[in-house]
Design a protein around this ligand. Structure first.
Ligand code: ZN
Length: 270
C-alpha cells in the first residue's frame, strides 16, 4: 500500500472492492475567547467535535473564557488544548521563555481541568525545530500549525496541518500559504477550486467533497472572536451543517487525530 496521505478504514465490507477511504472531520478554535461558547453550542447541536486551544493567562477576564467555562466544555466532550500563557510568537523569543510559556500553560490548564492536556497550537502557527522540542518535552503529544488546504491523514504529529479557516481569506492568503511551501501542483488544483468558490463556505464544501471522494482529514480552524467581528455565524452554521452527520465519516478531536496519526506512523514499516 503506497498511500501517502490516507489511512484505510478497517471495517472491510465490499469484498474485493477498492479499500474504503477514511474520511475524518476535526475542528479547532484558538485563543479562548468567550464566543467559543457559541461555537460549542453550534458543534454540540450537530454532534461535531471541537478542540479549543486556550491561552492560560487572563482566564476569566472580560472577554475570555473562565476556568468554569473550560471545565464545562471538557465535561461536554470537547478537548481543551494548550496555546501558551500569553500568546507570544514562539519563534521570536528565547528558549527559556518558550519553555515557561509552554510548560506554564500546560500546568495551569491541567490544574483547572484535572486531566492531561495532549494537544498544543502554536500562536500564529509559527514553529521551528527548537519550539517543537520544547512542546514535546513539556509532554504534549501533538501540535497544530496553520498550514492550510491539507487533507493529510499522515503528518508529523507536531506539524498538524489544517484544511480551511472560517474566515473570508481572499485568494492571496491561500496562494501565499501554498507558495511558501513550494506546492505549485496543489496551488494549481486549489486555484481552480478557490476560483469557483464564491466565499469560504463554498470553498470549504468543495474541499470536503474532495476529502469524501479521495479520503483524508478535513480540518476547520477558526477564531470565535473573528466570526463574531465579521458577523459570520450564519456562514459557520452552513459549513457545520454540511459536514455533520455523514455516514462513514470519523469525527475526531485534534488529540484523537494526533493519536491516530502517531499510531499509524509507528506501525508503518520503515
Ligand atoms: Zn492564537
Amino acid at each position: 500500500m503506497k498511500s501517502r496521505d490516507r489511512i484505510n478504514g478497517g471495517s472491510g465490507g465490499h469484498g474485493g472492492a477498492a479499500a474504503k477511504k477514511t474520511v475524518i472531520v476535526t475542528t479547532s478554535w484558538d485563543d479562548g475567547h468567550r464566543d467559543d461558547l457559541k461555537v460549542a453550542e453550534l458543534l454540540t447541536a450537530r454532534k461535531l467535535p471541537g478542540t479549543f486551544y486556550v491561552t492560560s493567562g487572563g482566564l476569566g477576564e472580560s472577554s475570555r473564557l473562565s476556568a468554569g467555562d473550560l471545565r464545562n466544555l471538557a465535561a461536554a466532550g470537547f478537548e481543551i488544548g494548550g496555546h501558551t500563557v500569553s500568546h507570544p510568537v514562539l519563534t521570536e523569543i528565547g528558549t527559556d521563555r518558550v519553555r515557561r510559556e509552554v510548560v506554564g500553560c500546560k500546568a495551569e490548564l491541567e490544574a483547572i481541568l484535572a486531566r492531561e492536556l495532549v494537544s498544543f497550537a502554536y500562536p500564529k502557527g509559527k514553529f521551528n525545530a527548537a519550539v517543537v522540542t520544547e512542546v514535546k518535552q513539556a509532554g504534549f503529544r501533538c501540535a497544530r500549525g496553520v498550514r492550510m488546504l491539507s487533507f493529510a491523514c499522515s503528518f508529523p504529529p507536531f506539524e498538524m496541518p489544517v484544511t480551511i479557516q472560517a474566515h473570508p481569506h481572499g485568494w492571496p492568503a491561500y496562494c501565499r500559504n501554498l507558495i511558501k511551501r513550494g506546492e505549485i501542483l496543489a496551488l494549481a488544483k486549489s486555484s481552480i477550486m478557490i476560483g469557483r468558490s464564491a466565499n469560504w463556505v463554498e470553498l470549504g464544501k468543495a474541499l470536503f467533497d474532495c476529502a469524501l471522494r479521495e479520503g483524508g482529514a478535513w480540518h476547520l480552524v477558526g477564531h470565535s472572536w473573528e466570526t463574531e467581528k465579521q458577523n459570520g455565524w450564519a456562514e459557520l452554521q452552513e459549513m457545520l451543517d454540511y459536514v455533520s452527520g455523514r455516514p462513514g465519516v470519523r469525527y475526531l478531536t485534534n488529540g484523537e487525530l494526533g493519536k491516530l496519526v502517531a499510531s499509524t506512523r509507528q506501525a508503518r514499516p520503515t
